[in-house]
Every structure is written in structure tokens, then in C-alpha cells.
Design a protein around this ligand. Structure first.
Ligand SMILES: Nc1nc2c(ncn2[C@@H]2O[C@H](COP(=O)(O)OP(=O)(O)OP(=O)(O)O)[C@@H](O)[C@H]2O)c(=O)[nH]1
Ligand SMILES: C[S@@+](CC[C@H](N)C(=O)[O-])C[C@H]1O[C@@H](n2cnc3c(N)ncnc32)[C@H](O)[C@@H]1O
Ligand code: SF4
Ligand code: SF4
Length: 332
């Protein structure tokens, strides 16, 4: 291992989110607009470039690597990346995983498991077909459910991600908790974050999870569960009735940045130091002009000194998105 990656506040970086495409087969209302335009292919890193950046971060002590997007499984050559980085599990990496909308998981679950993936986060905002189609604008509930079944059959642990949306799916959270209990999955609720224009007013559907938790406590016995999994932003509660965990990701109402352990690389090879800021550095230019690993690492170290302490997200009817960048570019 080379020297550990440490930011200007002394926070150790051990978790990398690698976005492999900005493209997606869905258009979730809180994530992007109906008419989202995607990047030309030559702006997106090729497999070799992605793998190389992954290796530089593993050498710097990154132990968890999450592949994300856009939808990572719409990228044709994606298995090659999982196979390549999967070889580093136990040799630097503790975990290689992905976040997916599940639409192509039925096809990919087995090969992903064979490459060393042990758990997946699957986004699912509703169990009602018509509602699911309305939220995702073009997704199919049965395809995502088939994907989840295939993941479980392949032995992958599944965590369901649900963005909690007032007036859209907040009446379904009890159902989702019960359903997740039935299939043996944890459920993670997420507050909507103000990234990128979507053509809709996010603030109308923003739901602070403290309020939702109080409501859920009328039906479920929830207790704090210290055991963090993934070193991510979720704070977990144990649900006595199902035995599963309920994760809460609350960047808007309760920020967790003091313990931030992560950075992200966009599909264009830009290192973003924080989900909530534009600060970063262009690693693609360095890659494409022949930089060696030490040169790439020097750029990363220089950037890490500028990692912001926290995000400055603000949401409200009169406020534009805090950042014009969409979540799909960095993968969240
Ligand atoms: N504000 C903020 N949100 C994050 C960060 N990392 C992930 N998220 C959000 O958390 C939600 C769930 O993300 P996932 O891709 O499932 O990743 P994770 O929650 O870190 O996953 P685990 O490794 O399972 O803990 C998404 O809405 C992400 O945008 C972060 O560093 N800051
Ligand atoms: C950007 S998606 C990328 C991976 C994959 N396409 C998926 O949907 O799982 C990663 C996660 O970010 C969440 N997300 C997207 N836009 C968001 C927003 N504006 N606020 C909060 N979470 C968001 C999604 O629900 C998903 O769980
Ligand atoms: S949240 Fe994921 S599935 Fe939905 S539009 Fe964004 S990238 Fe696609
Ligand atoms: S918002 Fe920024 S500082 Fe906060 S946890 Fe996310 S990446 Fe880290």
C-alpha cells in the first residue's frame, strides 16, 4: 500500500464510489428530467481507465468500492470491470459492490456473484406497478422484482433503497418494511437531495425522515442498531417485528459529514471530493496524457486537501437545485 489517503481535516478516505456511466434506462422524477441528455461516449472513461483509477485508490487504502451510475448494468462491458476489480477482494479490497435500479439484475446477478460481489443495493420506490412506472417514468416493476429475486437466488445480500417522497410513496413505507422483512432484505430510506433540474419541484415532496420515523414507530418497534454496514451514511435501526434493519439517510435533516470517509469519481473521470460540491480534479486529462500512478496519486492528494467539510444543501419552493450537476453523473 502507498501512503493512506487523508483529507485536509484528517479524515481517512477508505471508500470510493465509481460511476461507470451517466446513462440510465429509467428517468426517476427526483433524479433527472424526462428529456435528460447523456454524454458523448468519448467523454466517458473506458474500462481500462476505470480499472486503473480503482487500483490507484486501492493502493491508497480504499477498502470498499461501490460501482454506480447512471445505471451501471446498462454499460455493455461492465462485467469486465467487476471481474478485474473483483480480483482485488482480499488483496486490498474488503468489498466490491454496486447500486442498481435492478432492471438488468436478472441477467447479471450470477456473474456479479462469481466476480466476488456479495451484496447489492437496489432502488425500489414503490411496490405498486403504476406508481413505480410514474416515479421511474419508464421502469417496469416486475423487471426490478425479477432482478431482486435473481440476486437473492445468486446468494447476494440485498438492501432496498427507497427515496421517501411526501404525497408520492410515504403511504407505502409500512408495506415496504413488511415486504423487505418477508424477503430478508434491509430497507434504507433516503431524503431527497437538491441535485440537478428534474422538471419538477423537489421541495413539494421532500420528507424529513425524523417525521416519518415518528409515524413508523406507531406500527413498528424500532431500536438503534450500532452495527454499521458499508461505512456509509445510513444510520440503522433494528425492526423487532421483522428482525431486519431500517437505514435512514438524512443529509438534509441530520448531516453526517463529520465522519465522511469517501470520495467519488464521475464517469468522465473527474474526482469529486464531496457529493454536495463542485470541488474536484480532472483525472481523465491526466490519464489520457500518460500520467503514471504516482502522478495520478499526486493529483488526488492535492485535491484531498480541498475536500469540503460538509455539503450546503438547501431545499425549498423558491430555491433552485443547490448544484446543477445531476446525481446520475457521480452515482450519488
Ligand atoms: N449526502 C451524501 N449522500 C450520500 C453519500 N453517499 C451515498 N449517499 C446517498 O445515499 C443514498 C444511498 O446510496 P448507496 O449507493 O446505496 O450507497 P451507501 O448508502 O453508501 O451504501 P452502503 O455501502 O451500503 O452503506 C443515495 O441517495 C446516495 O446519493 C454521501 O457521501 N453523502
Ligand atoms: C443515482 S442512483 C445510481 C444507481 C442506480 N441507477 C440506482 O438507481 O440505484 C443511486 C441512488 O441515488 C438515489 N438518488 C437519485 N437521485 C437522488 C436525489 N435527488 N436525492 C436522493 N437520492 C437520490 C437513487 O434512489 C439511488 O438509490
Ligand atoms: S435514480 Fe438511478 S434509476 Fe433512477 S434515474 Fe437516477 S440513475 Fe436512473
Ligand atoms: S455530503 Fe460531502 S462531506 Fe458529507 S458525507 Fe457526503 S461526500 Fe462526505
Amino acid at each position: 500500500m502507498t501512503a493512506p489517503l487523508i483529507d485536509g481535516f484528517g479524515r481517512r478516505i477508505t471508500y470510493l464510489r465509481l460511476s461507470v456511466t451517466d446513462r440510465c434506462d429509467m428517468r426517476c422524477t427526483y433524479c433527472m428530467s424526462e428529456t435528460m441528455r447523456f454524454l458523448p461516449r468519448d467523454e466517458v472513461l473506458d474500462l481500462e481507465e476505470l480499472a486503473r483509477l480503482g487500483e490507484v485508490f486501492i493502493a491508497g487504502g480504499v477498502r470498499r468500492l461501490r460501482i454506480t451510475g447512471g445505471e451501471p448494468l446498462v454499460r455493455r462491458d461492465i462485467l469486465g470491470l467487476f471481474e478485474r476489480l473483483g480480483r482485488r477482494i482480499g488483496d486490498g479490497l474488503d468489498e466490491l459492490t454496486l447500486t442498481t435500479n435492478g432492471s438488468r439484475l436478472a441477467e447479471f446477478a450470477e456473474p456479479l456473484a462469481a466476480s466476488g460481489v456479495r451484496r447489492v443495493n437496489v432502488s425500489l420506490d414503490s411496490l405498486d406497478g403504476a406508481r413505480f412506472a410514474a416515479i421511474t417514468r419508464r421502469g417496469s416493476l416486475h423487471r426490478t422484482l425479477d432482478g431482486i429475486s435473481a440476486a437473492r437466488a445468486a446468494g447476494l445480500a440485498v438492501r432496498i433503497n427507497t427515496v421517501a417522497l411526501r404525497g408520492i410513496n410515504d403511504d407505502e413505507i409500512d408495506t415496504l418494511i413488511g415486504w423487505c422483512g418477508g424477503i430478508g432484505a434491509d430497507l434504507c430510506l433516503i431524503e431527497t437531495m437538491p441535485l440537478g433540474e428534474t422538471g419538477e419541484d423537489r421541495s413539494a415532496h421532500y420528507l424529513p425522515l425524523g417525521e416519518l420515523r415518528a409515524r413508523l414507530e406507531r406500527s413498528w418497534t424500532l431500536s438503534e442498531d450500532g452495527g454499521a454496514c458499508g461505512g456509509g451514511p445510513a444510520r440503522y435501526l433494528r425492526i423487532a417485528e421483522t428482525g431486519r434493519r431500517l437505514g435512514l439517510i438524512t443529509p438534509m435533516s441530520h448531516n453526517f459529514c463529520a465522519s465522511c470517509n469517501r470520495v467519488r469519481i464521475s464517469c468522465t473521470g473527474r474526482l469529486y471530493l464531496c457529493l454536495g460540491h463542485e470541488e474536484g480534479t480532472d483525472l481523465r486529462a491526466a490519464l489520457r496524457s500518460g500520467a503514471d500512478d504516482a502522478g495520478l496519486r499526486a493529483l488526488v492528494d492535492d485535491a484531498l486537501d480541498r475536500k469540503p467539510w460538509r455539503h450546503d444543501f438547501a431545499i425549498g419552493p423558491a430555491l433552485p437545485p443547490t448544484l446543477s450537476r445531476h446525481m446520475s453523473l457521480t452515482g450519488g
